[in-house]
Design a protein around this ligand. Sequence first.
Ligand code: BG6
Length: 476
Amino acid sequence: MIFPKGFLWGGATAANQLEGAYNVDGKGLSVSDAMPGGKIRWGILNSEDFDWSIDETKYTYPNHKGIDHYHRYKEDIALFAEMGFKCYRFSIAWTRIFPQGDELEPNEKGLMFYDNLIDECLKYGIEPVITISHYEMPLHLAKEYGGWKNRKLVDFYENFASVVLTRFHQKVKYWMTFNEINSACEIPALSQGMVGATGGSDKQNVFQAWHHQFVASSLAVKIGHELNPNLKIGCMIVYATTYSFDSNPINQLAAMQYNQAFNYFCTDVQVRGEYPAYTARLFKENGVQPLEMAEGDLALLKAYPVDYIGFSYYMSGVQNITSEDSETVEGNILGGVKNPFLEASDWGWQIDPMGLRLALNELYGRYQVPLFIVENGLGAYDTVEADGTISDDYRIDYLAKHITAMANAIKDGVDLMGYTPWGCIDLVSASTGEMAKRYGFIYVEKHDDGSGDLSRRRKKSFDWYKTVIATNGEKL
Ligand code: BG6
């Protein structure tokens, strides 16, 4: 048997992309509630004049209804249980607990929802894996405080993390402090609550905001471990294996520097507890002046590193700075140069299972802490046949190849805790706000024009994944 006993097979989602019920039971507005749907989303968020205003006459807001998991979570968890999930990764919507973000007392109805959700998982022996914050800070904190560049966010997050850890630590062992914390270099709006109008295009702010998030993350680890030393509290990054286009040393250097800037900067701080040696060069390249730090910050980072690394892996990238005419592709958060050896998804993300084996070896070799693949999957167009079936063989193929890569990495000696494919039930896409971009084992009858009765349906991959879990990854 290759996968260890107790391997955490499951699936992953995020509150803002599936719960819906965006204004129910005292929930406040979050930044994701202000994000228009459709392929225009990225452009709007990156524009200098977007100020987080919600305008329903101009845009649609698919996250507002999501797939109504808020009211259908029992049905959804039952389907996860039917597949044999050992764990379920979900996030807590900050705005259900602190609607504005700067209140002192939490919203009990919000806490009750997660109490019920956790109990429903435990009823089936499914281990909850919680992301404390996944792309959804309270809108008030983004608009009035300017997002994570403001030090006050550390206190607000500390209060939020303390409330949820205190409430749930006896039922939930696995936590992550921020989703894809390193994504801020490309999408500070989602990651740090900063759009152009609130300083998101200024690298000084992005790095300052990161420092605040690092401190906040260490405070969460401190609180969690004081409550229960057995809790496992991880960081979470988006990892894109990065190749040099050719053997030209200039491109090799570019790939290494890209790795440092994108893949490793945040984990270097969060796992090793200190800013890496290349920080000064990175700051210089980005025009960043020394960051403002409070006394005790660096000691806190050193004293409370994370217990494991959670990461998403969808695709790899290529660095080529010697040739200007290289073909380009889209990608998860970052696009770039086309790799002639790889095929791409319908959304242009380059599919690379071997890159996952490389990622696992690179991360484990660098840090020697357990790894957890908390997102992976294929966003694709699915077709419901006349008889109601959905034959998503392309998804099965993608996942099987990535699981094989995981097995090989385990044979390489990597300590891998678990695997939670992204969007185990169809949900709203983060980058485009589309429903048409589906990842799930479970199809949800909802479409981009808003139609659909939200009914759930098992895809072919549902039974396939059930077998994978039942055989602990032996039968793919
Ligand atoms: C990750 C995010 O980057 O990728 C998720 O953590 C997101 O929130 C996932 O949904 C897939 O991206 P997309 O844009 O296809 O939804």
